[in-house]
Design a protein around this ligand. Structure first.
Ligand code: MN
Ligand code: MN
Length: 305
């Protein structure tokens, strides 16, 4: 690793992480549940934020993936620290607001909290979807500077709705990737994180990736990893991911968070940012520093013991 990045650089990358997540969601929502052949027939290469898709979105509109991430971020910033009950209440308020889309596992988990007050659903063999991994980015910013803390909190937020070893492993890994990318890691450093995951859970290995882009968290992360490590810009990474179709808004959102943190704010395509829902854009800009201010990294920067 080279010299530690400056605080303004870290803040820029943290903002680009949340904005990248929202951009990936808005871009990928157009091609969600399509096959690569269907996307080619309809769009050639899909590379502009035009809305539509199975949800019939207006251009720049995001879906549940971004909304749950922002609900989590807002809950932590409002609480001024880690508060899983506040996060659960944030998800409840979001669900009661009749969101445009809700994953079945997320709905089940939020209902479970409403009925029982439990902050962890019981282990379930069907909980290996990507719905918890996609909302890890705010936790990675909140826990910046302490990787073990970050990993633990990523899993804790996940188990509000998803309780499965592969979801847990994915969440911890995405947290680590985002955190290291925000702090200026190289692609080589990040690749080592994915190799560590594959050493523990071989299913996540992506050397022989063949286009699986489903909502199964293993397929989701393999899609993100394959395209992140075979492209050289934020834009090319996201275009490659969402043109794989499948769960494209969610693969787009996870890739966007990691690639946004890695490539930084200047890499986000201006045309995409202009199309992004302004309320979402503003929320990302404000919540990123709000989360960083709560992090161990911030305490070190400001000399607080
Ligand atoms: Mn979605
Ligand atoms: Mn999705």
């Amino acid at each position: 690793m080279s010299a530690p990045p400056s605080p303004p650089d870290v803040l820029g990358r943290a903002r680009a992480c949340l904005l990248g997540l929202a951009l990936g969601d808005a871009l990928g929502a157009t091609t969600e549940f399509m096959s690569p052949a269907e996307i080619r027939a309809a769009h050639g290469v899909h590379r502009t934020i035009v809305g539509g898709g199975w949800l019939g979105l207006r251009p720049g509109r995001v879906t549940d993936d971004t909304e749950m991430s922002l609900a989590l971020a807002r809950a932590l910033v409002a609480a001024g620290g880690w508060d899983l009950t506040a996060v659960a209440e944030g998800f409840v308020a979001w669900l009661k607001g009749r969101p445009i889309d809700v994953g079945a596992t997320c709905r089940k988990g939020i209902r479970d909290y409403l009925l029982t007050g439990r902050l962890e659903v019981p282990p379930n063999e069907w909980d290996a979807g990507n719905g918890a991994a996609v909302r890890v980015a705010p936790v990675a910013l909140f826990g910046l500077g302490d990787e073990e803390l970050c990993r633990g909190l990523a899993v804790a937020q996940a188990r509000l709705t998803h309780h499965h070893p592969l979801s847990d492993a994915a969440c911890g890994t995405v947290a680590l990737l985002v955190q290291r990318a925000v702090l200026g890691a190289t692609a080589f450093d990040l690749h080592a994180v994915t190799r560590d995951l594959a050493a523990r859970h071989p299913a996540f290995g992506f050397a022989r990736y063949q286009g699986e882009a489903s909502g199964y968290v293993v397929d989701t992360l393999r899609t993100v990893f394959h395209h992140f490590f075979t492209t050289a810009t934020f834009e090319e990474c996201l275009v490659a991911v969402v043109n794989q179709g499948g769960d494209a808004d969610t693969t787009g959102a996870i890739a966007g968070a990691i690639a946004g943190a890695f490539y930084g704010p200047d890499a986000l395509p201006p045309g995409w940012l202009r199309r992004l829902d302004p309320a979402v854009r503003d929320a990302c800009q404000e919540l990123a520093p709000g989360l960083l201010r709560l992090s161990p990294w911030w305490r070190v920067q400001s000399g607080v013991p």
